[in-house]
Design a protein. Structure first.
Length: 486
């Protein structure tokens, strides 16, 4: 970044430090295995960046970058993680004018991969997911452990069940179980077109225009102050979710607006959808229409449930909507899932939500504003249920949106173009063997998992946030499309 800034200054362009966030959506696909280093790409701005003077890069602009780091795993003999990094160097305003800038990737929205402090996307350790425990755990180092992954065809380690002997039939059955019930995740990174990312804007040209920012009006709640906001689970148990958005519009206006913004309707919870979600969880991949847990508002199930995810079932934006009887009005609870755990008794993967729920309220507004589906919007000052003041972080306001009809071609989730798999079957088999052997030798032991357990316990006691949540996230401003200032 400093080198790019130096080039700006050498060219007679004065740069200003910023640190503001910028939300963008990729225009084309980028991968760790097929995109050459140095490739130039574009991303559409869906949430503008502001400064003390106003909006620097407005919604509707284009940000350009190039691939600066690209490491593929290949056959897994040298690397166990894929990496891809970017250098952002220019933005183009909606009127066509271009200006230099520098920005660093902060986060890929709803991604299974993590982003480093340097802005590089690091791939997953594919062999450390759900199938890991089926290899067994060793107590003390032993030369025999080097042969066991091969001996058991990527399978069972005797230390996990020390008194159980496996013959040929049992070994074959275990092998089939692993390959059917616990698919090996794809460890390469694939950021498809439409992937949303948050950038941190660090520098931009002093010659670039600044736009005036018009914030949402804050209004008295009026009739909406008296409506219940509490959401419940079965048997009247309170949920952390609350009503935080109100829509005025027909069902067609609602579905077209969210559909154009990339949201899809969730599947109902059935045995089939539960198994799909389980397979996605064990193979660390996405399930765009995954079911949500059943929550009730005034003892009613949601009329519509919409969600937006990426390549994992652990994280997703989602909103439950209830139609006001006899009116084209919808009350909604919007929250962001940031983690999962398997709950067999409920036949569902239960999610943990981001307690700062205003961020999801902002996300809904930004998405619908970007696609032009909002006729009018404001924030309503309302009373917040007392219990939830201890469970979530919010200013207590509700977002009220009057929708307008926009054209949108309905899309069926899962019917889009199929992304080609990296490498052929032989390379993928070799990669799995290499990665599982490395994982078994280095991490499948009592010491490693004991350390992870102690660290998780310490973080829980100290109240520290998990590394994969929104540490340092800055709320996007709720602003209308900007007007260039003088």
């Amino acid at each position: 970044m400093k080198r790019v800034a130096g080039l700006f200054l050498a060219a007679g362009i004065v740069a200003s430090a910023a640190g503001e966030t910028l939300n963008v959506r990729l225009v084309s696909r980028l991968t760790s295995f097929s995109t050459p280093k140095g490739t130039t790409f574009e991303a559409a701005v869906i949430g503008g960046a502001s400064s003390d003077e106003g909006i620097v890069i407005p919604v509707g602009s284009i940000v350009r970058g190039r691939v600066s780091v690209r490491h593929s795993i290949g056959a897994g003999l040298l690397r166990e993680r894929a990496e891809i990094g970017f250098q952002f160097f220019q933005y183009q305003l909606p009127d066509g004018r271009t200006f230099p800038c520098t920005a660093q990737l902060k986060r890929v929205d709803n991604a299974r991969e993590r982003t480093t402090k340097e802005g590089t996307v690091r791939g997953i350790l594919a062999a450390s997911g759900a199938p890991a425990l089926t290899r067994g755990l060793w107590r003390l180092p032993d030369f025999a452990m080097l042969s066991r992954p091969a001996e058991r065809l990527l399978g069972y380690g005797p230390e996990f069940w020390p008194h159980m002997g496996f013959g040929p039939i049992a070994s074959a059955s275990w092998f089939v179980f692993k390959w059917v019930a616990m698919r090996f995740p794809e460890p390469e990174i694939s950021l498809r077109a439409g992937t949303e990312m948050t950038l941190q804007l660090t520098e931009w040209s002093a010659d670039a225009p600044v736009f005036q920012e018009t914030n949402l009006a804050v209004e008295p709640a009026g009739e909406w102050n008296s409506i219940p906001r509490q959401i419940t689970r079965g048997r009247g148990k309170e949920s952390d979710d609350i009503i935080n958005v109100v829509f005025e519009g027909t069902r067609t206006e609602l579905m077209n607006a969210f559909g154009a913004a990339g949201w899809v309707e969730a599947d109902p919870l059935t045995k089939s959808s539960f198994m799909k979600m389980y397979r996605a969880w064990t193979s660390q991949k996405g399930y765009a229409t995954a079911p949500v847990s059943m929550l009730l508002y005034q003892d009613r199930q949601p009329d519509v449930v919409l969600e937006k995810s990426f390549n994992t079932v652990n994280r997703r934006h989602h909103i439950r909507l209830w139609q006001v009887p006899g009116r084209d009005v919808w009350v909604a609870a919007a929250t962001h899932d940031v983690g999962t755990s398997l709950n067999p008794s409920l036949r569902v993967l239960t999610h943990k939500i981001d307690p700062a729920i205003d961020r999801e309220r902002h996300k809904v507004f930004s998405d619908l504003k970007w696609v032009g589906a909002i006729e009018e919007a404001s924030l309503l000052n309302t009373d917040l249920p007392e219990k939830n003041q201890l469970e979530i972080r919010t200013d207590g306001r509700m977002l009220k949106v009057r929708l307008k009809l926009i054209e949108h071609e309905p899309q069926i989730a899962g019917r889009g173009p199929v992304e080609p798999q990296p490498f052929n079957q032989l390379v993928r088999l070799t990669r799995r063997f290499a990665l599982e052997t490395r994982q078994y030798v280095l991490r499948d032991n009592y010491f490693y998992w004991g350390f992870r357990g102690l660290r998780a316990g310490a973080e829980s006691v100290m109240g520290r946030p998990r590394r994969d949540e929104h540490a340092g996230e800055v709320d996007s401003p709720l602003s209308s499309l900007p007007v260039e200032g003088q």
